[in-house]
Design a protein around this ligand. Sequence first.
Ligand SMILES: Nc1ncnc2c1ncn2[C@@H]1O[C@H](COP(=O)(O)OP(=O)(O)O)[C@@H](O)[C@H]1O
Ligand SMILES: C=C(OP(=O)(O)O)C(=O)O
Ligand SMILES: [K+]
Ligand SMILES: [Mg+2]
Length: 596
Amino acid sequence: MSQSIQFSSPSHTPHLLHLPHSQFNRPLSSISFRRFPLTTIKYTSIRASSSPSPSPDLDSSSSSSSSQVLLSPNGTGAVKSDERSVVATAVTTDTSGIEVDTVTEAELKENGFRSTRRTKLICTIGPATCGFEQLEALAVGGMNVARLNMCHGTRDWHRGVIRSVRRLNEEKGFAVAIMMDTEGSEIHMGDLGGEASAKAEDGEVWTFTVRAFDSSRPERTISVSYDGFAEDVRVGDELLVDGGMVRFEVIEKIGPDVKCLCTDPGLLLPRANLTFWRDGSLVRERNAMLPTISSKDWLDIDFGIAEGVDFIAVSFVKSAEVINHLKSYLAARSRGGEIGVIAKIESIDSLTNLEEIILASDGAMVARGDLGAQIPLEQVPAAQQRIVQVCRALNKPVIVASQLLESMIEYPTPTRAEVADVSEAVRQRSDALMLSGESAMGQFPDKALTVLRTVSLRIERWWREEKRHESVPLQAIGSSFSDKISEEICNSAAKMANNLGVDAVFVYTTSGHMASLVSRCRPDCPIFAFTTTTSVRRRLNLQWGLIPFRLSFSDDMESNLNKTFSLLKSRGMIKSGDLVIAVSDMLQSIQVMNVP
Ligand SMILES: Nc1ncnc2c1ncn2[C@@H]1O[C@H](COP(=O)(O)OP(=O)(O)O)[C@@H](O)[C@H]1O
Ligand SMILES: C=C(OP(=O)(O)O)C(=O)O
Ligand SMILES: [K+]
Ligand SMILES: [Mg+2]
């Protein structure tokens, strides 16, 4: 038997209360069935109530699916190494209509709902991880999103990776999303003529030049991407490579060549970012002249649209304007709202305009690599906390990125300080953590991912054991009345979930919005998000606590629940007696019930 609260309007005939049904007639503990008063609130529109059968996703991964197909996500929890052997196959059973990746299935069966990982994991794909088997190992290890940094590699190379990830999703039932990260027009070094790195020693004089090389790179010479470089720098400026990992002082300018003395030695990596400082401040005039999205970036964006990426992360965002521009560009060229725009917060301007940028975006990234080159390092932790809080308040997913496990590029074990940094990001309840060089070109990509996964799980459990339910009041964000109702429903459902100790919140959502509202509350239990399209399912894979499933459903909640229970039960992913709260954005309702 279920207990429900429902909101309805005169223009919409709700399915009233969910009366006991043959499938729901287990008494809910000792509480006798009682109808909650039906709250009738007048408003003109109920989102999605008029479109109970959303158009099917055109994505190839869904084309073979029947209307009953239910897909479960990957990487929601820990994967023991001995499970890897069983993980390889997607299970498709025509009779039951279920398709599910065995990682999630095994996880839910063995450890129950509580053990699922809430913090999402992003891996930058590079030479160390671009093969199909390597990508599969990452998916099995918990990768929710694969990031492609357009600063590196050719479009053909990126296309190969995108197609491999898509194939992995189709063949193994994963829901790994793809995030394309733009190069941006910031100044960076050339590609070192094919060398993996170059060592700059203390006291050496190097030449930074805008000249192109005909053949191989002359010794101690670095090409620079920006034509105005030699004109803009001055003798005495400090040149920071890769956010200060290596430092030089400008000592002489000779036409297109700039002679620089190495003051902090280190490894120069291909296409590393360059910033310059004068009298203790970042030189920014030059940046203001350059477009946030360069002409090369626009071509990459067209490529991303054509290849169907799920997110575009925009480097060096300065204002909301560029985000709005890109969003209208995408709306005109890709199927409605299918590509999420992530603002990378990595410049002083982006901090100044933080709220408006985040409001305009579909999410943000704390891009600590470049941010740490633009503001003093000791200010980065406070900036991180502020960005995470603003994203939470405005209900946008937030990614903490760069150097989380930097030492694991070379070593199989992280430093204690790195573990503490990962823990802090998890404790701040950020949606996702990101690996960069650790997974792109490091020696231990799978181990680095395992560290993120195990540390996330442990810190999340610790949080729950300490019963640190969120006491932070969440500001109201909905603009329409219908949105406000959805928000109140999700806030209440999350609170009820914590107070009643339910096993899971089920959310039925066509656009994904309702699921993100539940995620925003960071409830104690996992959130099963049922959505009708594979593209929404993949995008939800970036958000905290959401286990996104694809399922075709109607606006009849009782039949949706029946269908979900029987599909999940038949695969052993839930069991009779589990306590569930269900919310839906078609019928704005909250129901509490035991799984029959
Ligand atoms: N697609 C790629 N091809 C080759 N190398 C890559 C690729 N993506 C990332 N890398 C390597 O991984 C390093 C870390 O990645 P990332 O942090 O995304 O780039 P960056 O250091 O340029 O900001 C890069 O410096 C580069 O050496
Ligand atoms: C994630 C970042 O951007 P990129 O790796 O593209 O420089 C960063 O600067 O931290
Ligand atoms: K980039
Ligand atoms: Mg950056």
